[in-house]
Ligand binder design. Structure first.
Ligand code: NAD
Ligand code: MN
Length: 357
């Protein structure tokens, strides 16, 4: 039996309703998987900031670094006008733990006639335009602002390698009973190297090289590439064509929000922030103050985030069980939360999914 130590960071708003659902899910996994969990309750977010003066207390960072195998992060509220001393804890965590990849699976509910979507976007999370090296200067014609777009071989190579690993793992999950529309793994490299021949050019060639290694070739991972603007077009016209997409930071940011819009509710879309040997599962939605406290938040984004975290801890079979149970709940469509047109409470959705494990 393997024991995994999982940090739980509910954060604010509905984060405090969905993270307990994630905990219950992990505790309810079948004993035959030989998995045990130890949970650590950790704090971050706006309430934590108001209470302690730090949005991300040092104790939380230390616990994640020294006492956890993985973590689940709910959501935090960020005030729309800047508050002195407050900055987003998840952004800080990505830096402190070098969580260099943001992974976002987007999957549709299987229903007759509807477009089938089952893709995962793997976004580089440390560089590109988001290095935030900007400057503004005056010229006789007015102000000019410039930003650095930094692409490194190291970051491009490790993100492409991660995309390849994810493609291989999705194949394993399909074999372990997860449902999927794809028969074999495909990675699509996204770039705009026809215009940005040096920066995106380096991303493209480095990613191609990383994916041409024997491990991926022998594993049957096909590789294609696509220019980002035509990619957006195809993403909306033919989303079923994509399996794993790997992209530099900015394109990945835009593509992943766009792709999430294809499947209806934010309450369905999970993500993971991943580094070397560490993963934090995190639903894509925010703290949803408009529905907090009513017990009607959709827990599925969090349950899928827990499965995604387990994938990165090499527990494919447990992940496959969770994905299949969630898919079965959605396909039956009897116990759905209000964001999906149903009337079920968070608790009832969770119960239904646990029953299907
Ligand atoms: P939001 O994602 O919180 O909510 C957008 C809409 O989607 C709301 O109508 C909400 O009720 C609905 N929704 C979101 N998750 C849901 C779920 N699980 N079940 C059912 N409905 C759900 O985005 P927002 O309203 O723009 O932001 C609210 C707060 O969350 C802000 O303070 C914002 O800064 C923060 N936020 C945090 C994160 C994060 O922690 N990663 C992400 C986005 C927004
Ligand atoms: Mn974004």
């Amino acid at each position: 039996t393997r024991t995994l130590r999982i940090g739980l960071i509910p954060g604010d708003g509905i984060g405090k309703e969905v993270i307990p659902a994630g905990r219950r899910l992990l505790e309810s996994l079948p004993a035959s998987l030989n998995l045990k969990f130890e949970f650590l309750d950790l704090y971050a977010g706006f309430e934590t900031f108001e209470r302690t003066g730090a949005a991300l207390p040092e104790a939380t960072v230390v616990a994640l670094q020294s006492a956890c195998d993985g973590a689940l992060f709910g959501a935090v509220s960020s005030p729309s006008s800047a508050v002195r001393g407050y900055s987003s804890p998840i952004v800080a965590l990505r830096k402190k733990l070098d969580l260099y990849a943001n992974v976002r699976p987007v999957k549709s509910v299987r229903s007759p006639g509807a477009k089938q979507i089952d893709m995962v976007i793997v976004r580089e999370n440390t560089e590109d335009l988001y290095v935030k090296e900007e400057k503004t200067y005056d010229t006789p014609q007015g102000k000019v602002a410039e930003a650095i777009k930094r692409i490194s071989q190291r970051a491009s190579s490790r993100i492409a390698t991660m995309a390849g690993e994810i493609a291989l793992r999705r194949q394993k999950i399909r074999k372990a009973g997860g449902t999927s529309i794809h028969a074999s793994p495909l990675v699509t490299i996204t770039h705009k190297s026809n215009v940005l021949s040096q920066t995106d050019g380096l991303f493209r060639t480095t990613a191609r090289e990383a994916l041409a290694t024997a491990r991926f070739v022998d594993g049957g991972v096909a590789v294609e590439e696509q220019i980002v603007d035509s990619m957006v077009y195809k993403l909306f016209r033919q989303p079923e064509a994509y399996d794993v997409i790997v992209a530099p930071n900015l394109y990945g940011d835009i593509l992943s929000d766009g792709a999430a819009a294809l499947v209806g509710s934010l309450g369905l879309v999970p993500s993971a922030n991943v580094g070397e040997g560490f993963a934090i599962g995190e639903p894509c939605h925010g703290s949803a103050p408009d529905i907090m406290g009513q017990g009607i938040a959709n827990p599925i984004a969090t349950l899928r985030s827990a499965a995604l975290m387990l994938e990165f801890l090499d527990e494919e079979e447990a992940a496959a069980r969770i994905y299949a149970a969630v898919d079965a709940n959605l396909e039956e469509g009897r116990l759905l939360s209000p964001d999906l047109g149903g009337t079920a409470k968070t608790e009832e959705v969770v119960e239904d999914i646990l029953r299907r494990l």
